[in-house]
Design a protein around this ligand. Structure first.
Ligand code: P70
Length: 479
């Protein structure tokens, strides 16, 4: 287990160490060796120019075979361990009462301290089941920042998805250690004025839309106090809970000598439940769950789970998927893994920053976010600079990122106008345990080359725009 290196953030330039008596001269190295590999293919620039045109200048439209380094998402793209692969073989495929369900339930209870578990096929399915149970038209759901599917599920019920991250979250360069913190005064105000319309409060750990930024334990505790005083349940959108716990250990006073499992238990002790996308910190390729403290809410949610997902001991998953999630949930708590994981992402950020590429700082847990407004200062927001930059990175190096900006934000459901978020970004999400440093160096070089020719880059406009979650299937044209 790595020890406390308090003061140095993950991936800081000071060399790392395992803290178990070894000298701290090595960097955040892979705590694994590679047992199976997957061929990837380089394409030519001419091929990529043609392929991205055919995809309507939307990176979601590309075939993965035509992508060299795929940083579209860290969701469902992890490499599973030998232990997880072995788990697939012993998965119990029974319709009811599957042994693998109990393995998952036990792993959730052990790590999160939440005894009632409903498996779902992925995170948004957990949102669908929970929000069908709790959220009605006219309700307000406060969150530090909603990620896209969460927002869409709230708004689909004609409720308001209210982002209450503090102003620090929108400053791309301030070195605030917990930029994911919710604004406690704003939350208090909302609950005082409109508390009767708030069915639950969410905290997204880490805060994906804000750059993968962590939420501090102090903020979790204070949020929980406020919610309890107003009688409103607090839920975690827990997709990247382990990465968040690691940041707490490294950055928050008083946590440096606590273990990750201990920190995780404390985080969840402040919550009434969570929705989980297992495709992130369960280290699996599919899966999710709802975990709850209250047996009555569990009963009510189960009704919808049966309708949407399946019998409550499989919830849209194969038994083997639940087995892999159960094992991943324990593996992800390994501090050597989390040090490597956050260190690799920090390494990418550091190299990009050194190359002069404007990024959101500090670097978050799962991705480096390029600041498209500073990268392409010649383009206004209406020219979709994030999307334009993502397209150029693909053309330059076969690197696929994703726009987290105006395209993703969509239109305001009441005004119908573009929402223009305060940050216009391209996210380079690093899949877990998949790429090496050399792969990341290709990414840095591609970004450096795009930066060198940025003055010649044109903006984009929608050519086809679907009504919900438009970023997945939209087509674009060059201005
Ligand atoms: C991502 C994916 C999914 C997600 C999340 C949080 C904090 C719930 C969910 C839903 C979505 C995505 C975005 C761009 C490209 C590809 C995929 N996040 N809560 O990459 O979970 O996907 O399992 O339904 O981040 O951030 P699920």
């Amino acid at each position: 287990m790595a020890g406390d290196r308090s003061g140095a953030g993950p991936g800081a330039t000071s060399p790392g160490g395992t803290g178990d008596g070894e000298p701290g001269w090595w960097p955040e190295v892979e705590p694994f060796r590679i047992k199976a590999v997957e061929r990837i293919r380089r394409t030519t620039r001419a091929e990529r120019e043609r392929l991205i045109e055919e995809a309507g200048l939307n990176l979601f439209g590309l075939r993965s075979e035509d992508v060299y380094i795929d940083l579209l998402t860290d969701s469902g793209t992890s490499a599973m361990s030998d232990n997880q692969w072995a788990g697939l073989m012993v998965g119990d495929e029974a319709y009811a009462g599957s042994r693998s369900f109990y393995a998952l339930r036990d792993a959730v209870e052990e790590t999160m301290g939440l005894p009632y578990v409903i498996p779902t096929h992925q995170g948004r399915a957990a949102e669908n089941v929970l929000f069908t149970t709790l959220v009605r038209e006219g309700h307000i759901v406060p969150n530090n920042m909603h990620f896209d599917t969460t927002r869409a599920h709230v708004e689909h019920r004609k409720a308001e998805a209210l982002d209450l991250a503090g102003p620090w979250a929108y400053d791309p360069v301030s070195e605030v250690p917990f930029k994911g913190d919710i604004d406690l005064e704003a939350l208090e105000r909302v609950l005082c004025e409109r508390g009767a319309s708030v069915p639950l409060v969410l905290l997204t750990v880490t805060c994906n839309s804000g750059g993968g930024q962590p939420v501090s334990m102090a903020n979790l505790r204070a949020t929980s106090d406020i919610c309890r005083r107003h009688g409103v349940p607090l839920f975690l959108d827990a997709a990247r809970f382990a990465e968040n716990a690691y940041f707490i250990k490294r950055r928050e006073p008083g946590y440096g000598s606590r273990t990750i499992p201990d920190i995780v238990r404390e985080m969840f002790a402040y919550a009434d439940g969570c929705t989980m996308s297992g495709k992130k910190d369960c280290l699996t390729n599919i899966g999710g769950f709802i975990a709850l403290r209250d047996p009555d809410l569990y009963q009510r949610a189960t009704v919808w789970a049966v309708l949407f997902e399946g019998f409550p001991t499989y919830g849209g998953l194969a038994g083997r998927d639940m087995e892999a999630m159960a094992r991943g949930l324990r593996e992800v708590l390994d501090e050597d893994y989390l040090e490597y994981r956050t260190g690799q992402v920090a390494y990418l950020g550091r190299c990009l920053a050194e190359a002069g590429v404007p990024i959101i700082e500090p670097v978050g847990g799962h991705a480096v976010y390029l600041d498209a407004l500073r990268f392409l200062p010649g383009l206004g927001r209406e020219a979709l600079p994030g999307q334009a930059l993502a397209v150029e990175l693909y053309i330059e190096g076969g690197v696929r990122g994703v726009e987290i900006g105006t395209v993703l934000a969509g239109r305001d459901p009441t005004t119908g106008l573009d929402r223009y978020p305060r940050l216009e970004m391209v996210r380079l999400a690093v899949p877990r345990r998949v790429y090496t440093r050399q792969h990341l160096e290709v990414v840095v070089e591609a970004a450096r080359r795009v930066l060198a020719r940025r003055d010649g880059i044109r903006g984009l406009a929608f050519a086809e725009e679907p009504p919900v979650l438009r970023h997945f299937t939209a087509r674009f044209r060059r201005l």
